[in-house]
Design a protein around this ligand. Sequence first.
Ligand code: SME
Length: 160
Amino acid sequence: LNTKEAYRSLLLQLKALVSEETSLIANLSNLTAAIKELLGYLWVGFYIVEDQELVLGPFQGPVACTRIAFGKGVCGTAWKDGNTLAVPNVHDFPGHIACSALSQSEIVVPVFIKGEVFAVLDVDSQELNAFGPEEIEFFEKVAGLITSYLDADKWKRHSF
Ligand code: SME
């Protein structure tokens, strides 16, 4: 299997994992677990937009910072720009928020709902330059999968 085929098959597995469940939290949680277990990254998780801030959501990996302001760090920048941000070396990114000293590279992909950023998917690697074009395409498809369920109102968002 080449990388492209491996990612295509993994995406199908992720889709199967969330297609029967309607809880947003349950689905985001299982997505982070599957990605972390299968691809072996340091940290995989979501930050969800809440009251003009990103607030830590379902994740797998070391304890992380809980709130990130608009435009701050890699996550806040990706949110502000509404674009994927792949950082080959986090030590070279001005304002990078180091949740773990082991993190070397990072990708953040916005997740949209009805055209607005609803959350970001953040993945950290212990290796430099871990996120190339194929990884970017894969994680954008994961975000797109979430958007398709949310836009179709198939997943329930909690109101505690
Ligand atoms: N490094 C991120 C903060 C989140 S942790 O990596 C989990 C950032 O700069 O936004």
